[in-house]
Design a protein around this ligand. Structure first.
Ligand code: FE2
Length: 345
C-alpha cells in the first residue's frame, strides 16, 4: 500500500449502484490496507464525502440515481483535492475522455481487472500525496519565513546589544551608562503609567540609544577640552547614525524614534530635528532626562560628577526648558526610590 500515515490511512469511496461490484472492489482494496467506504448513488456519495475526508472516489458512470458524469463536477467543486477515477463500459472511449476533461484523474473499464485497479489507485495516491505535501508546505511556508526572520532579527539585536555593552565597557567614563539610562528610563516610564510594551521598548532603546557613537571618532568622543563647532556637529550625528544602523533590524518605530530623538529638548533647541514640546515622543523625552541625569552623576574626562542632589536640582531647573515637565514630575516622584543615586556621586 502507498503509505499516508499509520494513524490516518488513505480513504477510498466506491460509488456504484451494484452491490456485488462494490463488495468486490472494497474487499480487494481493504486487503491492500486502504479504508473503503461505499455509496450506491451520487446523492449518497456526496453525503459520505461531507461526513469524512476522502482521498479517492471510484465513480461508476451508469447509475439509476444519476450519472457519474454529472456528479464529477460537483465533487471537483466541493472537494478539489479529492481524486476521481471513473468506471466506464468497455469501448466507451469518448465518455472516458470527456471525464478526464472534467477533472477525472483516470478511468477503469468494466468489468474490473482488480490488479489494474490496485496499480491505478496506488499511482493516484502518489499524486495525492505530492499535492498534500505541496499544500502543507505552502500553508506553513509563511509561518516558517516569519520564524526565520524573527530569529535573524533576534540574532542581530543580540549583536547590537553586545556591541553597545562593549562600547560602554571600553570607556571608563561611560562604563555602564546605557544600562543605567535604561534602568532610570524604565522607572520613569513605569511611574508615568506607560503600557508594558512601551516600557519594554524604552528599556531596549536605553541599552542602544548611543549605538550611533560607533560612527564618531574616539578622539572626539573622549576629548577633554572644549569641542570645536565641527567636532560637536560630528557628535550630534550619533543619534541619526544610530537610527540608521538600527532601522533594518528594529521593527518598533518607538525604539527608532527614541534613538533618533533622545537629544531633542522641550524648548526646541535640541537635535537632530529641533522638535519641541509634545512633538517629542514621550519615550524620547524620558530618555533625554535619564541620559542627562546619568551624564551629570558620572565623572567625565573634562569634569567630575555633580552628585545626585545637584543633578536633581539641574533637572528641576530644566523643567519646561530642556525637559518635559511631566517627565520631570515623574522623575522627582521616583528619584529617591529607584534612581541609583550612589552611582559615581
Ligand atoms: Fe546620546
Amino acid at each position: 500500500m502507498m503509505e499516508k500515515s499509520s494513524d490516518n490511512p488513505w480513504t477510498i469511496l466506491i460509488v456504484d449502484d451494484e452491490n456485488v461490484i462494490r463488495r468486490l472492489l472494497c474487499h480487494k482494496l481493504k486487503s491492500e490496507g486502504y479504508v473503503c467506504i461505499e455509496a450506491d448513488s451520487p446523492q449518497q456519495a456526496m453525503e459520505k464525502m461531507h461526513e469524512q475526508p476522502v482521498d479517492i472516489v471510484i465513480l461508476d458512470i451508469m447509475m439509476p440515481g444519476g450519472s457519474g458524469i454529472e456528479l464529477l463536477p460537483d465533487i471537483k467543486k466541493h472537494f478539489p483535492g479529492t481524486i476521481v477515477i471513473m468506471a466506464t463500459a468497455v469501448g466507451d472511449a469518448d465518455t472516458a475522455i470527456k471525464c478526464v476533461r472534467l477533472g477525472a484523474y483516470d478511468y477503469f473499464t468494466k468489468p474490473y481487472n482488480l490488479d489494474e485497479v490496485v496499480i491505478s489507485v496506488a499511482r493516484a495516491l502518489n499524486t495525492r500525496r505530492l499535492e498534500l505535501e505541496i499544500y502543507d508546505y505552502q500553508q506553513h511556508l509563511e509561518e516558517k519565513v516569519q520564524i526565520q526572520a524573527a530569529k535573524i532579527r533576534d540574532a542581530f539585536m543580540n549583536a547590537v546589544m553586545a556591541l553597545a555593552l562593549a562600547m560602554d565597557a571600553k570607556d571608563e567614563y561611560t562604563s555602564g551608562h546605557s544600562g543605567r539610562v535604561a534602568e532610570i528610563s524604565v522607572a520613569i516610564a513605569g511611574e508615568m503609567g506607560l503600557s508594558q510594551s512601551a516600557v519594554e521598548n524604552i528599556r531596549i532603546a536605553g541599552m542602544i540609544h548611543d549605538i550611533g557613537k560607533i560612527g564618531v571618532k574616539e578622539e572626539i568622543l573622549n576629548k577633554p577640552g572644549r569641542l570645536t563647532h565641527h567636532e560637536f556637529q560630528q557628535i550630534k550625528a550619533h543619534s541619526v547614525i544610530g537610527e540608521r544602523i538600527l532601522k533594518p533590524i528594529v521593527d518598533e518605530q518607538e525604539i527608532l524614534d527614541i534613538v533618533r530623538m533622545h537629544h531633542e529638548r522641550f524648548d526646541g533647541n535640541g537635535y537632530p530635528d529641533g522638535l519641541s514640546g509634545k512633538q517629542i515622543p514621550v519615550g524620547a523625552a524620558i530618555m533625554a532626562l535619564a541620559d542627562a541625569y546619568d551624564a551629570m552623576t558620572s565623572d567625565r574626562p573634562y569634569r567630575k560628577s555633580l552628585g545626585h542632589a545637584a543633578a536633581v536640582d539641574e533637572i528641576k531647573k530644566g523643567s519646561g526648558i530642556q525637559f518635559d515637565p511631566e517627565v520631570v514630575e515623574a522623575f522627582l516622584r521616583i528619584e529617591t526610590k529607584t534612581v541609583p543615586n550612589t552611582v559615581s556621586s
